[in-house]
Design a protein around this ligand. Structure first.
Ligand SMILES: NC(=O)c1ccc[n+]([C@@H]2O[C@H](COP(=O)([O-])OP(=O)(O)OC[C@H]3O[C@@H](n4cnc5c(N)ncnc54)[C@H](O)[C@@H]3O)[C@@H](O)[C@H]2O)c1
Length: 188
């Protein structure tokens, strides 16, 4: 299976690419290498992976670039990890977080739909549970106590995922908050 890992040069993404390759999958990396933290760290995260996993330096906010990639390259599944992460910085830059995490995710889902990719994994965040005092968190909780733009963008991403799962032949899993699986079934 050929899997596109967005945010593949980041902390979790680069480990995921390593694991996928070790398990015999083909992997490709999409990342914009932005300067949220030192881009050199991202370059070194994937230094040992690049010979086996092509790297596409693309900003997910650029819808045309995302679509062009999906028309050019074939992927069987997407692990969507690219995001502006972090609660505090999202309070300072809510528009940037919205653009990246909501619009960027939608660009990706729509490109996947157009070329018929049926498997999509979305990296959500436990921050969606906000100030909820009940622990451990449960996927059944109603997400009404969110307190940061970051968390709000992750909830939006989850709902976009569940919508695409419902409307199209797309199996979607959102981690770690909710799971959506099999088109038509909606949130479970
Ligand atoms: N690390 C955690 O503890 C944690 C916890 C919960 C959720 N998450 C989520 O997991 C995912 C990965 O987290 P991480 O810790 O590896 O973060 P990270 O910042 O190391 O990785 C994110 C990657 O996404 C890339 N990226 C950001 N905006 C982009 C854009 N517009 N276009 C293309 N690439 C872009 C960045 O350059 C970076 O390499 C994120 O979605 C994050 O919200 C992480």
């Amino acid at each position: 299976m050929r899997i596109l890992v967005t945010g593949g040069a980041g902390f979790i993404g680069s480990h995921l690419v390593e694991k996928l390759l070790a398990e015999g999958h083909e992997a490709a990396i999409l990342d914009d290498f932005n300067d949220f933290y030192d881009p050199q760290i991202k370059r070194s995260n994937i230094a040992g992976l690049q010979k086996n996993a092509p790297v596409f330096q693309i900003d997910l906010r650029d819808n045309n670039a995302v679509r062009a990639l999906f028309h050019r390259e074939k992927f069987d599944a997407i692990a969507h990890l690219a995001a502006r992460a972090g609660v505090r910085p999202s309070i300072a830059q809510p528009l940037l977080y919205y653009d990246t995490n909501v619009n960027g995710s939608l660009h990706l889902l729509e490109a996947a739909r157009i070329v018929g990719i049926e498997r999509f994994i979305f990296a959500s965040s436990s921050s969606v549970y906000g100030i909820c005092k009940k622990v451990p968190f449960s996927e059944d909780f109603h997400l009404t106590q969110t307190i940061s733009p970051y968390a709000a963008t992750k909830i939006a991403g989850e709902f976009l995922c569940s919508t695409f799962s419902h409307l199209y032949q797309m199996q979607v899993v959102a981690l770690p908050s909710s799971q959506f699986t099999d088109h038509g079934s909606g949130p479970i």
